[in-house]
Design a protein around this ligand. Structure first.
Ligand code: GLN
Length: 481
């Protein structure tokens, strides 16, 4: 039995009885046991998964109605609430937190009989780009365990890449789905803002982030979007996008489509191998009949500064709730006076989170609000306008997902600015509320490179068609682990 099946292949095999849900789930748990000591993709493995698999097999045998996931093992980033399974956000402050409810995406997956196989590692509260800022220690890249898997959804990307789950859900505030997807050679989507409910996603920067799927095929990304997308009364930022079937017509190709190559995301400050790969992807798309032309979105140059100002501001207010009273853990604080108790508790945030909260409090304080926060909002609206204008000229945009190949663990851990700069190609989609996907494209010196495609607001279907066309041009090895 192969664990590297796509969601579609898995469903076919279950339907025609080649394999039972229990067999597949127990093989997946064996794989996790075998490789996760090295990779460390998971924070928690669901110890009820086998029982759920057996129950599904019974239902299937009795020919009862079973949902579209048919017991498929799915891993979930550990900042998405799951009733009865811990949601830690890789933070000491939430190490014992069990949410009393499921996030909307989880209820939707469960309604389709998915099995949550476990919760995956991340940078604390999704702040980071390497998964090294987790209180549980880093995740390793399955392609080479001396290298970072990207982040912050590094556990999810590694789990999919190492076949520890078929698909996964991550969250993307400024690239956290696409960046690790690129570093681990899987697909990762940041949907249009409002297309997927954020109810039950622990907020980092709620005006910017979305939950997004990660998978080994575009079709699986589309399949997951069919389940998780849609309006939700529990999240009033969700939008009614109509009844779209994302799996339908994936194969239409991209002949005649106009693709803008974003000048500000090409070449400068970028690793040579990455630029070469992107140029290679562009010429292949042209061979398929796409019409590619350079396009400038000048505000991209200010996008990282605006992104970090806005996200720090939102984070400082979102994380104010962690007082270690409503949520928390026991660290033996007998005898503390109220304020001292709370400040002692909050010392347990990691350094990166503390840095962002301080920065956020600063940019929101009187005297600085206009200079920094308001200015960043203005840059955000300029970016939106420029992106809208670009989509009047072209159907899609293209860039490398990350300007760098995966790098070694520890290499950039003390250099925030170097890390921040690596977000330059991803944050634009978040600031402009548009969808973007990372497509695994090449493996050089044993390490993956991903290509990013962007589409206009709610144009996920077109985005998947282009990603599908591009992915058909590549024949990538499976991750070696
Ligand atoms: N690297 C970015 C940050 O640290 C993106 C994180 C994310 O998308 N959650 O904020």
């Amino acid at each position: 039995m192969r664990l590297s099946v796509s969601a579609t292949e898995y469903r076919d095999q279950i339907r025609n009885g080649t394999v039972t849900v229990e067999e597949f789930v127990s093989k997946t748990l064996e794989k996790i046991k075998k490789v996760d000591e090295q990779i460390h993709a998971f924070i928690t493995v669901n110890d009820d998964a086998i029982n759920q698999a057996r129950n599904l097999d019974k239902k299937l045998k009795a020919k009862e109605k079973v949902g579209a996931c048919l017991g498929m093992p799915i891993s979930i980033k550990d900042n998405i609430c799951t009733k009865g399974i811990k949601t830690t956000c890789a933070s000491k402050l939430l190490q014992d937190f069990v949410a009393p409810y499921d996030a909307t995406v989880i209820s939707r997956l469960k309604a389709e009989d998915a099995i949550i196989i476990g919760k995956t590692n991340l940078d604390e509260f999704a702040m980071g780009l390497t998964t090294e800022f987790s209180c549980y220690g880093p995740t390793k890249n399955p392609w080479n365990i001396d290298y970072v898997p990207g982040g912050s959804s590094g556990g999810s990307a590694a789990a999919v890449s190492a076949c520890e789950s078929i698909v996964s859900l991550g969250s993307d505030t400024g690239g956290s789905v696409r960046n690790p997807a690129s570093f681990c050679s899987v697909f990762g989507l940041k949907p249009t803002y409002g297309l997927v409910s954020r109810y039950g996603l622990v907020s980092y920067a709620n005006s910017i982030e979305q939950i997004g799927p990660m998978a080994r095929t575009v079709e699986d990304i589309a399949f997951l979007m069919n389940i998780i997308a849609g309006q939700d009364p529990n999240d009033n930022t969700t939008i009614d996008s109509g009844a779209v079937d994302y799996v339908d017509d994936l194969d239409v190709g991209i002949s005649g489509k106009k693709i803008g190559v974003v000048s500000e995301m090409m070449g400068e400050g970028e690793q040579k191998e990455v630029t070469e790969s992107t140029r290679n992807a562009i010429s292949k798309l042209e061979e398929l009949g796409a019409d590619c032309e350079e396009i400038s979105i000048s505000e991209v140059l200010h996008s990282v500064a605006a992104y970090y100002t806005l996200t720090a501001a939102e984070a400082s207010s979102n994380l104010a709730r962690y007082d270690n009273i409503r949520y928390g853990y026991d660290f033996g604080v007998e005898g503390f006076e109220f304020n001292a108790y709370i400040s002692r508790s909050r010392k347990n945030f990691g350094d990166e989170v503390i840095r962002r909260m301080l920065l956020g409090t600063y940019v929101l304080s009187s005297g600085y609000f206009g200079k920094y926060y308001m200015k960043a909002q203005q840059v955000r609206s300029l970016i939106k306008t420029q992106v809208e204008r670009a989509f009047q000229k072209v159907d899609l945009l293209i860039s490398p997902t990350v300007p760098s190949m995966p790098f070694k663990l520890g290499e950039k851990i003390n250099d925030e600015l170097a890390l921040f700069r690596l977000d330059v190609n991803t944050v634009t989609a978040n600031l402009a509320n548009i969808p973007a996907i990372s497509v695994p494209f090449e493996v050089k010196n044993g390490l993956p490179i991903g290509i990013q495609l962007f589409a206009g607001h709610l144009q996920e279907k077109l985005l998947f068609q282009a990603a599908h066309a591009l992915s058909k041009l590549t024949k990538l090895p499976e991750s070696p682990i």
